[in-house]
Design a protein around this ligand. Structure first.
Ligand code: ZN
Length: 531
């Protein structure tokens, strides 16, 4: 492979605000990264964090097939010996094939932050690298603040990386720790290092100027063969370089190999699966892997894409495992509806005009299908001959009350028809939507067990005509998830409960209809319950 990928999601990525990974989460992610073909997996900082020590202990049993597990730490302390430095010893005890240590390259940091001399800093770098090499580790030396250091005092920054190179470091990685560098400067600095040391070079960029990916690619063009970054660009402040964007750029645009083509086709899956584990909502507009990355909305774009896909797409979405996505909206022509239907694997049966008429009529009443793909899919499926409803909603009753001295309380009663049975259930909830959701599940789960995995993940309400005050219509958008699948549905009404229950019924009908197409669920031959 031309470029080695160094993932630091489990170390630098976890510095991201609001992101917290358990040891089990980290193990799962490490396994995925290994399967994807990442070369180095930086697991954590064993010298500073007991949770990371536990991770490395468990990770030994992982049996990674491809990736080298890497422990992270710093050079020895000033005025001490490397073999007695607790941090370096913890790195060796982590028992990983590779170790990454960072050291200072910026005079300001050496004298003002560390409070030591420039000579002692060079000795700290050299001693620490030699100690780890003596212990048989592959050593990645991270030159922290390299670009700022090089800007302030190029000779000293080069002396610092040369100290690591002479001590036997296998890699020298230049870090744009503060994320403030521009690509042209990165190119200039990497070339200077390339001329000064024979060691293989890497880049570790941060995104504070929204340039982390650009800086990583510039560094590769200037001679780096290792790229450090995180999945989805997670990291402290504005994040780290996003490997999910770097990998396809290297492979599809720069002809640098880093993973197999088959694995590249799993890029979207990797990005979303890691988000799922970290419980972070995937970004719709994420380049390459977002659901909107290959979305086409305007009628003219859609008909052009239908003729020549490259006309409005920078790469073929399948190369990264994403898919083209035709947005249905008031801009739709018949072509959009036909394309969208065929995307869903449904051949429009000459009824596009009727379907389009229905969509336009619903849009005029406040429905908006571009944000509710699930409801759109149902609309198309219901227009097919022989469609069987998995259930029908007969009645919905909701009671919400607050009594002195107690919390607000909601109770929903739903009456549904499943096959030829009528089910009547009551459920309580912390609020009306929660109560409704619970009542639907209580009624349907016994008939369709796959619904037990289905849960509401987001609920949004928008007032459509605020000038109507309390008589205004509301639009409810629900996002529902089951494992890694997500779908969104919509309901519109003057009554928020009615809009919510409409969106909720769609949210539960869709997975059943999809499963019935693959034969996983039999609709309308439900097993009798409670009989
Ligand atoms: Zn960093």
């Amino acid at each position: 492979m031309d470029i080695q990928l160094f993932d630091t999601t489990l170390r630098d990525g976890t510095q991201s605000e609001g992101l917290s990974l358990s040891v089990e989460d980290k193990i799962k992610i490490a396994r995925m990264l290994d399967g994807f073909g990442i070369h180095f997996i930086e697991g954590g900082y064993p010298g500073s964090n007991p949770k990371d020590v536990e991770f490395f202990r468990k990770a030994r049993q992982l049996g990674l097939k491809h990736a080298k597990l890497t422990a992270f730490g710093s050079t020895r302390k000033a005025g001490s010996r490397a073999d007695q430095d607790p941090n370096l010893r913890a790195l060796v005890e982590a028992d990983t094939p590779a170790v990454c240590i960072f050291g200072k390259s910026w005079t300001l940091h050496v004298t003002k932050v560390l409070g030591t001399t420039l000579e002692e800093n060079l000795a700290m770098i050299a001693d620490s690298v030699s100690f780890l090499k003596k212990n048989g580790r592959e050593v990645v030396y991270d030159a922290e603040h390299f670009f700022d250091g090089f800007r302030a005092d190029p000779a000293y920054a080069l002396a610092a990386v040369s100290a690591a190179a002479k001590a036997g470091a296998d890699w020298i990685t230049m870090c744009d720790t503060n994320g403030g560098s521009l690509p042209s400067f990165v190119t200039h600095a990497v070339k200077a290092v390339r001329a000064a040391v024979p060691t293989r070079l890497g880049i570790h960029s941060h995104n504070d100027s929204d340039l982390a990916v650009a800086n990583a690619l510039a560094a590769v063009e200037a001679g780096c063969t290792q790229v450090q970054g995180t999945i989805n660009g997670w990291g402290e402040r504005c994040g780290n370089a996003n490997l999910i964007s770097i990998i396809p750029a290297l492979q599809l645009k720069m002809e640098k190999r880093c993973v197999s083509d088959e694995n590249l086709e799993r890029l979207t899956e990797l990005s979303r699966a890691v988000s799922e584990i970290a419980n972070v909502r995937p970004r719709a507009h994420a380049p390459y892997v977002g659901v909107s990355a290959f979305a086409h909305k305007g009628g003219a774009h859609v008909s052009a894409v239908e003729k020549i896909t490259a006309s409005y797409e920078h790469i073929a979405p399948e190369r990264v495992g994403n898919r083209r996505h035709i947005v249905v909206s008031e801009l739709s022509g018949r072509g959009n509806v036909r394309l969208r239907a065929s995307e869903l694997g449904i051949e429009a049966q000459g009824n596009e005009a009727a379907l389009l008429g229905r969509i336009k009529e619903m849009e005029s009443r406040g429905y908006q299908f571009e944000a509710a793909e699930g409801s759109f899919e149902l609309l198309v499926r219901r227009s097919q001959p022989g469609y069987v409803l998995p259930f029908e909603v007969l009645d919905v009753v909701l009671i919400s009350e607050r009594r002195r001295g107690s919390e607000m309380f909601a109770e929903a009663t739903v009456k549904l028809k499943v096959g030829d049975q009528v089910v009547h259930t009551v459920a309580e909830g912390t609020g009306p939507v929660h109560a409704l959701d619970s009542a639907f599940h209580k009624a349907l789960n016994p008939f369709y067990p796959l619904l037990t995995e289905v849960r509401l993940s987001d609920y949004k309400v928008r007032i459509l005509d605020p000038e109507m005050a309390t008589e205004a219509k509301v639009r409810v958008l629900l996002e529902t998830a089951s494992g890694e699948n997500r779908w969104s549905t919509i309901g519109v009404s003057q009554n928020i409960i009615e809009a919510s229950s409409e969106a909720l019924a769609d949210a539960l009908e869709l997975p059943l209809v999809r499963a019935s197409k693959t034969g996983d669920v039999v609709i309308n031959a439900p097993k009798a319950v409670g009989a």
